[in-house]
Design a protein around this ligand. Sequence first.
Ligand SMILES: *Cc1c(COP(=O)(O)O)cnc(C)c1O
Length: 227
Amino acid sequence: MIKNSLATVKQNIRDACNANKRDASEVLLLAVSKRHSVKSIREAYTCGQTHFGENYLNEALEKQQQLADLPLVWHYIGSIQSNKTRKIAENFSWVHTVDSLKIAKRLSEQRPNTLPPLNICLQINIDNEESKSGITVQKDELLALAQEISVLPNIVLRGLMCIPAPKETSEQEIQTFQQMQVLQQYLKENGIALDTLSMGMSGDLENAIACGATIVRVGTAIFGARD
Ligand SMILES: *Cc1c(COP(=O)(O)O)cnc(C)c1O
C-alpha cells in the first residue's frame, strides 16, 4: 500500500535527520512516479505527497493533463534534448538535470513570463561515468558555468544533483555524496547562492541526508517496482 510505504520512507528521512542533527523540514521528499500510474499518484497525493518527479517528457505531460485538478509540483529529472526544452520550461517547476549553458539558456528563454522562474539544478557526473550525462567534476569549470547560468533571467540556479554509480560499501557511498557537498560549498564560497543538493534515492537516502541532501528522489520505496 502506498500509504504505508510513504509513511515508512518519511520515517526513514526523519530518522536520518535526527541521526545527523538536521531538521526534517530541510529535506524534501520527491516521489519519483515514472512508469507508475496516475492512480498511484492520486493515492500518494491523498496521503499528503505533492512533489512528483518524472523522467520521460511525453509520459509526464499526459499525466499532468489527467491530474490537472490537483495542486501538484512537478520536477523534471530525465535527460534533456534541446528540442524538448520548450515543453519542459512550460510544464515544470523544477529541472534537476541541466548539464550545459546551452540547455540553461533555452530553458530561460522559453520559460513563460506568466510563471515564476524555473528552479534548476546542475547535474554532476560525480563518478565520471562515460555512460552518464552530467557535468564532469572540475570545480573551476563548474564555477564558470554556474556564474554564467546564475545571471539568466527566467531560471534560478538552486543547487547540484547527482546519480552516483552503484557502490559496494556504505563508506564509498558517503565519499561520493561528500564530494557533492564539497563542490556545493566551493560554489557558495565563490558567490553562487545555492540551497539545494538533490541526491539520495530509495537505496541510499540515509547516507545522502548525512551528507547534506535537501531533496531525496524516491521511486521504488514508495510505489514498488516499475514494470
Ligand atoms: C528513477 C529515478 C529515481 C528513483 O529511483 P528509485 O531507485 O526507484 O528510488 C531517482 N532519481 C532519478 C534521476 C531517477 O531516474
